[in-house]
Design a protein around this ligand. Sequence first.
Ligand code: NAD
Ligand code: WQD
Length: 361
Amino acid sequence: MTPPRAAPCVLVTGGLGYIGSHTVVALAGHGYRVVVVDDLSNSSIDVLAPVEALCGTSVATYCGDVRDREFLATVLGRNPVACAVHFAGLKAVGDSVRMPLEYYDVNVNGTLTLARALEAAGVRRVVFSSSATVYGDPAVAPTPETHPLAPANPYGRSKRDAEELLADLCASDPRWGAISLRYFNPAGAHPSGTIGERPQGVPNNLVPYIAQVANGERPALRVFGDDYPTPDGTGVRDYVHVMDLASAHVAAVARMLSRPGNEVINLGSGRGYSVLEVIRAYEHANDVRVPYEIVPRRSGDVPRYLADATLAGQLLDWRATRGIDEMCRDAARFQRMHVQRAPRPARTPASSPNRALSPAS
Ligand code: NAD
Ligand code: WQD
């Protein structure tokens, strides 16, 4: 189905990544015209075909870096963008400790450059991918958006800084609108199994790691600590299905198009699961075994993350509708369909920057 030509056009940076690809499909399903910018540093052009198949239409896709202002100006000059959804960024906590300059450059400077390009094009609406990581080790769970921010690593601080940049921008000019969405723990995949999370190398996150173990690609899961002050001693997290996250972005875009101002909104279910509960859910949902061993705590982990998602209900009329079983089933389906693929190149070749992969329509 091709959306009508008058449909608002949404620029999605990082649109070939994990959450971005699901959001592109959801936006197209709601009649938006979508334009993707991605430098392929943590994704592959192979994702475009299944995304377009799920959208039922072609998606104008530009390969380039959000820190490249001229490139963004070209994309914005060719497309009547009404709002941007800014996923492009780096997200590995450990890497951020080793490479803080890279993280501040991509996550903060990338947001700054995008905001400048949007301002120059007169597009003053942005939905931003933030993270529950900005809370650090929260004193209150479920954690509301008003909780003090105390990010414990450069990744979290770069997200906080980008949020504040957007808040300052909105305060400076009443025409600007920004919604920062603080995701808790995204998991799962599209129910078709054709798009999902494809971590490079050893997965950092729990569900992709379990999926590889259950699929026989790794021998056992290492459970990082069983001495936390939680019911079974393992870490508790608020897992949220990536399809629910995608719907929340559609709602945030609609809200952005209707009003300016700065808002910060948590996206989670308000329900926590321990590591052992996730293992059991995965085993039960997929009729598989997930061997595991308990090892010492992972440095920097906190006992519990849980969203107070009241505001998302009030402002976006959104709540998480898919539970942990569905996340585990969908993650497993994607894993089965993508096992034993050839490794992807780590980065876009420097010799082909800003290549338009499909012409703007
Ligand atoms: P992802 O790595 O799968 O997607 C990010 C996409 O952005 C990738 O396709 C990558 O190639 C692209 N990209 C990276 N740097 C770029 C640049 N400089 N210019 C253009 N494109 C660039 O990650 P994801 O899990 O989909 O996360 C999306 C966003 O959500 C990120 O900003 C991340 O920090 C945030 N977030 C993710 C999680 C999570 O657990 N997945 C949780 C909270 C917040
Ligand atoms: C979940 C639980 C681990 C792997 C991270 C980022 C955060 C956000 C989401 C981007 C914890 C345990 C994990 C494993 C394990 N990303 N675990 N064995 O740490 O809550 O959050 O991803 O914004 O910024 O920090 O998620 O999936 O890594 O861990 O026992 O092999 O699973 O200790 O309790 P986390 P996670």
